[in-house]
Structure formats: structure tokens, C-alpha cells
Ligand binder design. Structure first.
Ligand code: DLZ
Length: 160
């Protein structure tokens, strides 16, 4: 699990499936926008670098990470997309709120993956502080948005 051991932006392009003809939905949270916008942009770039047409990527924002569940569910139920990427960033605070949001989003997105035929990719960064989030959104450890895009490409190739 340690991102310290793995740069999130590194992948072998020869092993990544082409996204030609694929339609992808991205739902991202506005909370911690410095982080989530960088994740969103990384995901879009990696998808288009690997053959997905920009016009085939639908991008929708929701207020916070908790709303990713509803946003991703709407995208999945529309059956318009071959994969959906959910992007958010939750930074630990002084109260247990962090745990409730993280558990809620994880359970919600998991349920979508079990119940529906469209893969939902988990792009939720959960960190103890802002620096750790910056490191994973284009900083020292790469960009989790890139990793999500590569995961979406692989899942679409295998199951759609
Ligand atoms: C309320 C809240 C807090 C405290 N922290 C975050 C956060 O770090 N990251 C995030 O994406 N959203 C946060 N939110 C907002 C919740 O996700 C949600 O939008 C509200 O609880 C309303 O449902």
C-alpha cells in the first residue's frame, strides 16, 4: 500500500490498453480543490495520452468526497460510460469526521462495483496532512489521477 515505494505516475505504456473508442466519466470533489483539480487533470491527460478522445470524457464536480457516491452512481446507472473514475481528497482533522467520510465513500463505491457492470475506480486520497496529499497529486510521489486513468484503461480492456 505504501505510495512511498511506487510512483503513482509511472507505468509501462507498452502494457497499457488503448482507450480508443472508450467513454469515461470522471466525478471529482471540490473540497481540497488544490489537490482534486490536479488529480482530475492528471487523469484526463493520461486517458487522452492513451487514446481516449477528450470529447469522450465527461467531467462532473460534486461538493465533497461524500457526494462522490451519488455522482458515481448516477454515471454508472446512465450506462453511458465504460468506466467511471471518482476523485476526492480527505485530509485528517481533529475529529472522527475523516473516518466516517473515508469509510462511507469506500463502502459506497465498493457497492457500485458489486452491483453494476461499469468499473468504478477509487481515486480518493486519504492523508494525514496537506503535504502528503500534495506529494500524491503531482508532487514527489506522482499523481494518483494518472494511476486511476491507467487502472480504468486496464479494467475497460479486460471487462468491457
Ligand atoms: C465536511 C468535510 C470535511 C470536514 N472534510 C472534507 C475533506 O477533507 N474532503 C472532502 O472531500 N470533503 C470534506 N467534507 C465534506 C463532505 O465530503 C461532504 O461534502 C459534506 O459532509 C456534506 O455531505
Amino acid at each position: 500500500m505504501a505510495s512511498e515505494l511506487h510512483n503513482l505516475s509511472q507505468y509501462d505504456p507498452t502494457t497499457v490498453a488503448s482507450g480508443e473508442g472508450r467513454k469515461v466519466g470522471i466525478v471529482y470533489a471540490d473540497w481540497n480543490s488544490e489537490i482534486t483539480y490536479a488529480l482530475r487533470d492528471g487523469a484526463i491527460k493520461t486517458l487522452t495520452d492513451n487514446g481516449v478522445e477528450a470529447s469522450d470524457i465527461t467531467v462532473v464536480s460534486v461538493p465533497g468526497s461524500f457526494e462522490l457516491i451519488y455522482g458515481a452512481a448516477q454515471m454508472v446507472k446512465s450506462k453511458k460510460y465504460d468506466a467511471v473514475i471518482a476523485i476526492g481528497c480527505v485530509i485528517r482533522g481533529d475529529t472522527p469526521h475523516f473516518d466516517y467520510i473515508c469509510e462511507g465513500v469506500t463502502a459506497g463505491l465498493t457497492q457500485l462495483n458489486v452491483e453494476y457492470d461499469t468499473p468504478v475506480i477509487f481515486g480518493l486520497i486519504t492523508t494525514n496532512n496537506l503535504l502528503q496529499a500534495q506529494e500524491r497529486s503531482g508532487g514527489r510521489l506522482g499523481n494518483k489521477g494518472d494511476e486511476c486513468a491507467v487502472t480504468a484503461l486496464q479494467m475497460m480492456a479486460r471487462f468491457k
